[in-house]
Ligand binder design. Structure first.
Ligand SMILES: NC(=O)c1ccc[n+]([C@@H]2O[C@H](COP(=O)([O-])OP(=O)(O)OC[C@H]3O[C@@H](n4cnc5c(N)ncnc54)[C@H](OP(=O)(O)O)[C@@H]3O)[C@@H](O)[C@H]2O)c1
Length: 333
């Protein structure tokens, strides 16, 4: 056994649905890894927008998901469940979780763990799994972004956005993005965007059409929805694809579906958290093979904006809800 594993740990509980103040430290047992799982002593956990919705009681929780928030973490494997052969105690990993990241220890399916990428610190790795899995399964598996295509990422300064900008660029696309301030646009350019549009001062459809000489874009990855939808259908080039992972500005809208028919468009979307362990394992395996080497090659880098101690999770949520951050917010133990 690698470490003295305590019986109890500090976690962050959601006392009741509400504002950031309902996130409070509590003491819970350290879990035993089940068959096929590893126990991770957590170094850092990524904060995701979904955690805020869960805290407010507005997230449709998948059956069996734990009540402690936290969809990803990094840390050291300290115990192996039955049948785990691909990891050893002492390995440093990052992991996609269905919950429980806001703690000192979490059990994760061994197949949902990845090594810490070369050149990335153990702490920064805690903010990688959720956005990289989400972007990979949507932008590459679902809407098949290809080298040479023009890609538009809405919300480029979000954790999802910074990941998508870098991945799309690394795989040879021309990358356009939108963000809510000039400072955010500058950061998006530093992470590889060819054009960053401040959507508060510019019309993104007009700016993207000018950039593409009227042709439009091949693929859009969106988390905004609402009144963006008819404008995105307008902006897509023939055979264009539109994919949603959130609809922060609303799910119901009037739009011209004739554009979908006339331009042969595809509109799709997905949610990561409720997928099976097997489906998540397939995404993790693809990342390990096709994406993780790009960190070593210098084509990808982490984008941690701010770290908070675990016990200050409420402060971390306040920052996320202010939308002032650029990239990832982490909780460190
Ligand atoms: N479906 C899935 O599987 C999946 C998985 C992961 C994440 N997501 C979703 O993807 C989104 C991004 O997640 P994240 O953790 O990367 O979040 P994040 O870092 O908090 O980024 C969200 C960004 O969206 C912009 N924004 C906030 N409220 C907005 C509004 N009402 N209208 C338009 N823009 C708004 C803000 O940037 P500006 O200042 O530039 O507006 C903000 O920084 C979230 O909605 C999350 O739930 C979905």
């Amino acid at each position: 056994m690698l470490a003295n594993i305590p019986a109890m740990q500090t976690v962050i509980e959601i006392k009741r649905p509400g504002g950031p103040e309902v996130l409070v430290p509590a003491t819970r047992p350290v879990p035993e890894p089940k068959s096929g799982e590893v126990l991770i002593r957590i170094a850092a956990a990524g904060v995701n927008r979904a955690d805020c919705l869960q805290r407010m009681g507005r997230y449709p929780m998948p059956p069996g998901a734990p009540d402690i928030p936290g969809l990803e973490c990094s840390g050291t494997i300290v115990r192996l469940g039955e049948g785990v052969t691909q990891w050893r105690e002492g390995d440093q990993v990052c992991a996609l979780l269905i919950g429980d990241g806001y703690g000192e220890y979490a059990a994760a399916p061994a197949v949902q763990c990845l090594p810490v990428p070369d050149g990335v610190s153990l702490i920064d790795a805690g903010g990688l799994p959720e956005t990289f899995c989400t972007v990979w399964t949507n932008v590459f598996d679902r809407i098949h972004l290809a080298a040479g295509e023009v890609f538009l990422q809405q919300g480029g300064s979000s954790g999802i956005g910074m990941t998508a900008i870098q991945l799309a660029k690394a795989f040879g696309a021309t990358v356009l993005t939108t963000a809510g301030s000039d400072e955010k646009c500058q950061a998006c350019r530093e992470y590889g965007a060819d054009l960053a549009i401040n959507y508060r001062t510019q019309d993104f459809v007009q700016a993207a059409k000018e950039f593409t000489h009227g042709r439009g874009v091949d693929a859009i990855f969106d988390m905004v929805g609402g009144d963006y939808i008819p404008r995105e259908l307008d902006l897509l080039a023939p055979e264009g694809r539109l994919c949603f992972v959130a609809l922060m500005r609303g799910t119901r809208v009037e739009a011209d579906f004739g554009l979908i028919q006339r331009k042969h468009l595809t509109v799709t979307g997905s949610t990561l958290r409720p997928r099976s362990i097997e489906q998540k394992a397939a995404i993790i395996a693809a990342l390990r093979e096709k994406v993780w080497p790009l960190f070593k090659a210098g084509k990808l880098r982490p984008f941690t904006y701010k770290q908070f101690p675990l016990t200050q999770a409420a402060e971390a949520h306040r920052l996320m809800e202010s939308s002032q951050h650029i990239g990832k917010i982490l909780l460190v133990t």
